[in-house]
Design a protein around this ligand. Structure first.
Ligand SMILES: NC(=O)C1=CN([C@@H]2O[C@H](COP(=O)(O)OP(=O)(O)OC[C@H]3O[C@@H](n4cnc5c(N)ncnc54)[C@H](OP(=O)(O)O)[C@@H]3O)[C@@H](O)[C@H]2O)C=CC1
Ligand SMILES: CC(=O)[C@@H](O)[C@H](O)COP(=O)(O)O
Ligand SMILES: [Mn+2]
Length: 379
């Protein structure tokens, strides 16, 4: 029986993690759940899974749900509540599925208390990868990837000697606007941007996919998860999202991981590794798929990917600034305050103003995050 805690249980990854639990109730016990503001769903989840601790975004929401949760469930709130859910129970594994760098503190708390991490919250590694990976290593804690591309790479590397790895390639669907030219991007709407061609995901990551920021975040995530140089990490356009990513070895062999696009597969693998169990995902029939397509990534069409590589190579607080600027810009786009193309303008302007700090500590990361957010909200 594996005991799990989920940060972001009401979101896309959180609810699919609970689908995995439902598939294998004899294998998993839910110890704790954290959500932001979806109190109705959190109450439903709490009644069903009877966790020992739950947390919501604010005191008001905690007061609202308290009368409706089972007597054995303690209710917490805010950033302290998130930390309590991450670190304050007997959970073996914490699935980090909140969106944004708000997940950093609770992920570090989970690591500090020796929990394995099922990492969906890529922004945490982007904003403070050196600190998160160092602390995990010093605590002997594994960070198991949930992100589909990183799960693919993780699976391809299974049993391989790392010295034989030449490089990895992350596949990218191209997002909602992959058929549009940059001219045409001037007219696009929030509603159109939220229609991802292959995956059903939360709104922030769906916009990140359309701007190619998602792949940029994933390049940086891969750098930290697998200890690879940026020169060893490539991105390839693959509209079908069937090949989830692949590793190329020194002898020219390539090992890829394939499957229908269904996040329950990588989520489950992160929870059951090194074992595999049946999944409700649809089986892949290559005969039915017939053809797969690939295109080289055009950095002029997707300048956010170029900026992500530049920040990753620069290191220091550059990736923190990139991430913070993007979080604010995407939130503004979703509120219909700015156009789609303004997202990349904001990121570029914040990076231009950014003064890099090498090997930053958490305080310097927090300062950079705040400054970048402030500027991004004014542009
Ligand atoms: N969705 C996917 O398929 C994939 C997602 N990821 C990554 O996983 C993470 C989650 O994405 P996704 O599930 O799509 O996002 P969603 O927006 O669907 O869900 C986000 C979750 O985080 C909760 N949340 C947000 N802010 C806070 C907060 N301050 N305190 C506590 N909880 C909070 C939300 O609660 P509430 O709704 O109650 O407010 C919700 O449960 C992201 O980092 C994303 O990049 C990676 C690969 C694939
Ligand atoms: C499901 C998943 O892992 C997402 O991060 C996905 O990768 C988004 O798709 P694209 O970024 O390739 O459009
Ligand atoms: Mn991904």
């Amino acid at each position: 029986m594996k005991k799990i805690a989920i940060l972001g249980s009401t979101g896309s990854i959180g609810t699919q993690t609970l689908d995995v639990v439902d598939m294998h109730p004899e294998h998993f016990q839910v110890e704790a759940l954290a959500a932001g503001s979806n109190t109705a769903l959190l109450i439903e989840q709490t009644r069903r899974y009877q966790p020992k601790k739950v947390s919501v975004g604010s005191k008001e929401l905690a007061d609202k749900i308290s009368p409706h949760v089972p007597a054995g469930t303690k209710v917490y709130y805010g950033s302290e509540g998130l930390i309590e859910v991450a670190a304050g129970t007997d959970a073996d594994t914490v699935v980090t599925a909140v969106v944004g760098s708000v997940g950093l503190e609770s992920t570090l708390a989970a690591i500090e208390s020796g929990k394995q991490i099922g990492l969906a919250n890529k922004e945490t590694l982007v904003t403070a990868g050196h600190i998160v990976t160092e602390r995990a290593a010093s605590k002997g804690v594994s960070i198991l990837p949930v992100d589909s591309e990183h799960s693919a790479i993780f699976q391809c590397l299974n049993g391989e000697n790392r010295s034989g790895v030449a490089g990895i390639t992350l596949t990218a669907s191209g997002g909602s606007f992959r058929h549009l030219t940059r001219e045409q991007l001037q007219q696009v709407t929030v509603e159109d941007a939220l229609k991802h061609p292959n995956w059903s995901m939360g709104s922030k990551i769906t916009i990140d996919s359309a701007t190619m920021v998602n792949k940029g975040l994933e390049v940086i995530e891969a750098h930290w998860l697998f200890g690879l140089d940026y020169e060893q990490i490539d991105v390839l356009l693959h509209p079908e999202s069937i090949i989830h990513s692949y590793v190329e070895f020194e002898d020219t062999s390539i090992i890829a991981q394939l499957g229908t696009p269904d996040m329950r597969v990588p989520i489950q693998y992160a929870l059951t590794y090194p074992d595999r169990m049946p999944s409700p995902a649809k089986r892949l029939s290559l005969a039915q798929v017939g053809q797969l397509h690939f295109r080289e990534m055009d950095m002029d069409r997707f300048p956010c990917l170029r900026m992500a590589y530049e920040c990753g190579k620069m290191g220091g607080t550059a990736t923190t600034a990139f991430n913070a600027a993007n979080e604010v810009a995407v939130a503004r786009f979703l509120r219909k305050e700015i156009s789609f193309l303004k997202i990349e303008d904001i990121i570029a302007s914040v990076l231009e103003a950014h003064r890099n700090v090498d090997n930053p500590d958490l305080e310097q990361i927090a300062a950079c995050d705040q400054d970048s957010r402030k500027l991004a909200s004014l542009l």
